[in-house]
Write a protein that binds this ligand. Structure first.
Ligand code: ATP
Ligand code: MG
Length: 554
């Protein structure tokens, strides 16, 4: 294995150090989502990190569902998470549920009680908060803190048997109520919840707290590097305490990194769930959602997401990434991959008055100007075409070189056409323009006479397919949502979707399947929508426009 050192990922450097020093012979990582929602682009950062390291250093990586909170969890989420990880192109060595370890966790809690390091507390949640103290003030001992080991064992057993109501008692670690780190002031480790768990059913009515369960899960699985986001930094002393005092054989190391924040994006399953529940979006996979399933439906590729994650790197410093950076990588990926096609989104009829009626011909057009190996196709051309409304002006603006009465342009891959006339309807709207074409000017014919200043795209009105085009803008208005202090529901962009009706050429699109991606000449990158496309209707999502002012700083 040849290892290149680089700085954009400090955790990778730690791993390299641990392998070189012999601290670990091989590494073991895990991706531990709570199945309480669909994964988002922030999770992709963590997935790329954990799976990426295991892949590069030939270690192992587990997918582990951190399902210690039965009320919020659901198998729908479990299934979607598995699908999303696979779609990104990763596979896990083993799949676990934290709930698989409930028996083991219970035993470790009993061990703590036996060591005099845990006690059952009767304080109410409010009282517990009061007793905890503040950053400046030490906490106070609970009056139940000095219960005997026997009494604690008996009460914990009763908690397990269901003798108490939710919230009536908790099991707490006995550490230090005066610790400067509030997380060490006797944190709760088991709580009562009479609820049905998606995995263990009604077997348990006590559940371990996340901060107690997580280190145990890592240790049980022999995880070497337990990677989490910065907000867990203050939990690390308790993480280490649990591993040590529960006498775990393997000692994982927790390392924190900065979470991904992105402009115009809410990045929390809880908030995304609210958008779904309140009907702001059309489900978790709405193409405007920053969920992996939303990005997939919109047309983002796994490669674009992975390249984006590599570019942003892994650091300890919190920052906010411009959401246009992801679009940059999408363009870079699709530019060479997506076939070109012609689509007219705001159609205007163009009649070539000197082209024979009832006839047509096929014009050869390349499938991808940047990738010759993709070949070409033959696009039908006839007397009646559609062009974009914007490509005609009755009275041309300054520097407007497209069609206007008396002006000539090239039709992409085809002939020069000159506008002679147009028809307006009763409302004064232009509904049809009349042109003549010059048969001498066919593309590729070597015509070297007069030049035109513009080339426009078109579709054959007699040989095309109607389609719906969904154009998106960011769902969230604010650039710096998280720091603006505004509630995200007040920042919803009312114009985040614009639905248009137009036409696509048949040559490239005829066999298009759900999820297929195209570069519509002069319009943008588009993807066949998987939800609304059916036998009767073809729906395209605009992934991104072709161009942006965004520049990657290299
Ligand atoms: P959310 O608040 O969105 O539910 P979470 O951190 O609670 O996020 P988990 O399911 O617990 O979600 O996360 C699984 C893993 O993904 C964790 O290791 C977590 O640190 C990581 N993760 C979550 N959000 C981000 C993010 N924005 N950037 C990087 N990693 C993240
Ligand atoms: Mg969480």
């Amino acid at each position: 294995m040849t290892i290149e050192k680089e700085n954009s990922n400090f955790i990778r450097n730690i791993v390299i150090g641990d392998l070189e020093s012999g601290k670990h012979k091989s590494i073991a990582t895990r991706f531990p989502p709570e199945p309480n929602g669909y994964l988002h682009i922030g999770h992709a950062k963590s997935i790329c990190l954990n799976f990426g390291l295991a892949e590069e250093f030939e270690g192992t990586v587990n997918l582990r569902f951190d399902d210690t909170n039965p009320l919020k969890e659901d198998v729908e989420y479990v299934d979607s998470i598995k699908e999303d990880v696979k779609w990104l192109g990763f596979d896990w060595n083993a799949l676990y549920f934290a709930s698989d370890y409930f028996d083991e966790m219970y035993k470790r809690a009993v061990l703590l009680i036996n060591k005099g390091l845990a006690y059952v507390d009767d304080l109410s949640p409010e009282e517990m908060r009061e007793y905890r103290g503040t950053l400046k003030e030490a906490g106070k001992d609970s009056p139940y803190r000095n219960r005997s080991i026997e009494e604690n064992l008996e009460l914990f057993e009763k908690m397990k048997k269901g003798d108490f109501k939710d919230g009536e008692k908790v099991l707490r670690a006995k550490i230090d109520m005066a610790s400067p780190n509030i997380n060490l002031r006797d944190p709760a480790i088991y709580r009562i919840s009479h609820s049905t768990h998606h995995n263990t059913g009604d077997k348990w009515c006590i559940y371990p707290m996340y901060t107690f369960a997580h280190p145990l899960e890592d240790a049980i699985e022999g995880i070497t590097h337990s990677l989490c986001t910065l907000e867990f930094e203050d939990q690390r002393p308790f993480y280490d305490w649990v591993v040590r005092e529960c006498e775990m054989e393997y000692i994982p190391r927790q390392i924190e990194f900065a979470r991904l924040n992105m402009t115009n994006t809410v990045m929390s399953k809880r908030k995304l769930k609210q958008l779904v529940d309140e009907g702001v979006t059309d489900g978790w996979d709405d193409p405007r959602m920053p969920t992996i399933s939303g990005l997939r439906r919109r047309g983002y590729t796994p490669e674009s997401i992975k390249n984006f994650c590599t570019e942003i790197g892994i650091s300890k410093a919190d920052s906010t990434v411009d959401s246009q950076m992801l679009d940059f990588f999408l363009r870079e990926d699709l530019q060479a991959k997506a076939p070109l096609a012609m689509a007219v989104i705001n159609p205007l009829k163009l009649v070539i008055t000197n082209y024979p009626e009832g006839e047509n011909e096929y014009i050869e057009i390349e499938n991808n100007a940047k990738n010759e190996s993709m070949g070409s196709r033959k696009v039908s051309f006839s007397r009646e075409l559609y062009i974009e409304k914007d490509d005609f002006m009755e009275v041309p603006a300054k520097k407007y070189f497209r069609l206007f009465p008396g002006n000539e342009v090239r039709l992409k891959g085809g002939y020069y056409v000159k506008c002679n006339d147009f028809i307006k309807n009763e409302d004064g709207e232009i509904v049809e323009i009349h042109c003549t074409y010059d048969p001498e000017t066919k593309s590729g014919s070597g015509f070297s006479g007069r030049k035109v200043k513009a080339t426009i795209h078109w579709v054959d009105a007699n040989n095309c397919t109607p389609a719906e085009f969904r154009l998106y803008e960011p769902l969230i208005l604010d650039e710096e949502t998280e720091s603006s202090g505004q509630h995200f529901l007040n920042l919803i962009n009312e114009n985040s979707i614009d639905i248009k009706n137009g036409f696509v050429e048949n040559a490239q699109i005829e066999d298009a399947k759900k999820g297929d991606k195209f570069q519509f000449i002069r319009n943008g990158f588009y993807c066949v929508d998987s939800k609304y496309t059916n036998d009767e209707k073809l729906v395209f999502n605009r992934i991104v426009p072709l161009k942006s002012s965004f520049k990657l700083n290299k």
